[in-house]
Write a protein that binds this ligand. Sequence first.
Ligand SMILES: O=C1O[C@H](COP(=O)(O)O)[C@@H](O)[C@H](O)[C@H]1O
Length: 279
Amino acid sequence: MEREISALYEPKRNNEIRIFESSDEMSTDLAEYISQVSEISVKERGYFAIALSGGSLVSFLGKLCEAPYNKTLDWSKWYIFWSDERAVAKNHAESNYKLTKEGFLSKVPILNGHVYSINDNATVEDAATDYEFVIRQLVKVRTIGVSESTDCPKFDLILLDMGSDGHVASLFCNHPALELKDDWVTYITDSPQPPPERITFTLPVINSASNIAIVATGDNKSESVHLAISDNADGPDSPSSLPARMVQPTDGKLVWFLDKAAASSLEAEKDAFEQHREY
Ligand SMILES: O=C1O[C@H](COP(=O)(O)O)[C@@H](O)[C@H](O)[C@H]1O
């Protein structure tokens, strides 16, 4: 059975799909996954540099704020970044900082000095330049690792939430920002979803991470999940029409966290993969 399915579905190296029956199960497994990655990073490097995103992902971080993780994790070694931010004040309803602060950061003992939010008091261009500068300083002292293959920062974990159109961070379909090779952080002023101005990690930075997790929930994301994951999907015509498909770690590992609705278009895979099966 497994052999038959792998003929239908071409596996990609170092990718894994996890499909969950309920939000509660996803939240539980995501907490365990993040906890394991953080413990390995702290053991190997002395730090855990994690980049967060906005969207529904944040609601799945709740279990990390509870026992046992709130007591057992070495929170003093956590360094927090954002894969993208909207150009709004930090107390604005559309701010990714506000979302993650209220849903996660305010509930765990992470040191304030380790929280690297994106400047909401500058133009998007300046905020992107400043953020890249800060990251460069932290790479120099190795609080953030460096990728030997790409010379980019090597975050221990980048958590992404895929939008229904297949965007990740603030990298939108067919946007020129997807082509950037040398910048680590960039800005856009024409986001197809409000607000128009945003700051975002570029693909080289995302793909240089040691670990990338993409969360997608709901049946409005199922077609994009299918196009992003399956080599058997028709289209997209060019990779940039589906940014999530361009997320492919250079040396790291990618894990998809899907609920059943988001996984519902994975026809070939659906029969083959129970929860936590690797492909
Ligand atoms: O605009 C954004 O959207 C995505 C996905 O959000 P969702 O509401 O569809 O779950 C998010 O990952 C990204 O960080 C954010 O800025």
